[in-house]
Design a protein around this ligand. Structure first.
Ligand SMILES: [Zn+2]
Ligand SMILES: [Zn+2]
Length: 333
């Protein structure tokens, strides 16, 4: 099969022919139609996120959609030809408190496609039959980004417990934020979209955000002071912290979805007085993926997807790293 192999962190991926994998016990082989390219792939590519041992061959990617091509021993519930997706989680331990209570996204020893096991920048990927996503009919390029970006947005709304009639402020209106805007609207919430980029705010307004504003505009933030039931951060920067604290209402919820390693100030006196809940979210669960696929099947979510070939993946990673990507990239095999 053709694959984009990573020989060294930060070096161009090498598009080459490698052995097609065979699915072991409990595994399925998926022939991929598409794979999204995610910002987390950039982190792995740059070596900011590392696994030990690394998979051989080291193939990035965790937003794959295709068809089951082969079934390993002992697998039930999957047939050759079924539509299937390979997402971030390849498997989890199944025994920790998070796994046993249906919060498998927080399993501390989960294994991920494109980090611990070979990923989806290849014509075929092996997935765990228990964790592969059931994917509806429809354009595979629209479905691939849902495997991580869409699921993370959906998981964040679930983590927030966002209800119809509530007000949800979405910080960072790139790919994930745009999914969050749509998913929040579909559950009947009011949405405030917050971004520095006017073009992303315009897109968010088109997707149903009732109000848009620049988080660095103090007057605009003051205009919605303490009125958001939920603030979710998808922007990879600590700069959204201050406007989130300003906009969240007493007893509201703040959800960290973006990976921001810089510390942020937190005044414990404000926390005791406001009763605000601060939490985080990491991708989502299989149950949430099933919900998301049902939502997508009912009416596809809008997404700005740029299709590329496998040989364009290094350029896509570069663009994501520089912040110049126009939306989500999707490899078409
Ligand atoms: Zn676990
Ligand atoms: Zn991802």
């Amino acid at each position: 099969m053709m694959a984009a192999v990573m020989d060294n962190h930060g070096q161009p991926l090498r598009v080459t022919r490698v052995a097609r994998p065979t699915p072991g016990p409990g595994k399925i082989l998926i022939r991929l139609e598409t794979s999204g390219v995610c910002h987390t792939d950039v982190h792995v590519w740059q070596g900011k996120v590392r696994a030990d041992p690394v998979p051989r061959p080291f193939i990035l990617g965790h937003e794959g959609v295709g068809e089951v091509a082969e079934i390993g021993p002992g697998v039930t519930g999957w047939s050759v030809g079924d539509r299937a997706g390979a997402a971030w989680i390849h498997d989890t331990c199944g025994t920790c408190a998070e796994c046993r209570s249906g919060h498998e996204g927080f399993c501390q020893v989960h294994r991920a496609h494109g980090l611990h096991v070979p990923g989806t920048f290849a014509e075929y990927v092996v997935a765990d039959a228990r964790f592969a996503a059931r994917v509806p009919a429809g354009d595979a390029a629209a479905l691939a980004p849902l495997m991580c970006a869409g699921l993370t947005a959906y998981g964040a709304l679930e983590r927030a417990g966002l209800q119809g009639g509530e007000c949800c402020a979405v910080f960072g209106c790139g790919g994930l934020g745009q999914y969050a805007v749509q998913l929040a609207r579909r559950r009947g919430a009011e949405v405030i979209a917050v971004d520095r980029d006017p073009s992303k705010l315009a897109v968010s307004a088109g997707l149903g955000a009732g109000r848009v504003l620049d988080g660095a505009d103090a007057a605009a933030v003051a205009g919605v002071k303490a009125s958001a039931d939920v603030c979710i951060n998808f922007a990879p920067t600590p700069a959204t912290w201050a406007p989130m604290l300003a906009m969240v209402r007493p007893r509201g919820r703040i959800v960290a979805a973006a990976m921001v390693s810089d510390p942020v100030p937190l005044d414990q006196e404000w926390l005791t007085a406001s009763g605000v809940t601060i939490t985080g979210t990491s991708v989502g669960t299989r149950a949430q993926m099933a919900d998301l696929m049902r939502i997508q099947a009912e009416a596809p979510l809008a997404a700005h997807v740029t299709e590329i070939g496998l040989d364009g993946v290094t350029e896509a990673l570069d663009a994501l790293a520089r912040g110049t990507a126009p939306g989500r990239y999707c490899i078409r095999f």
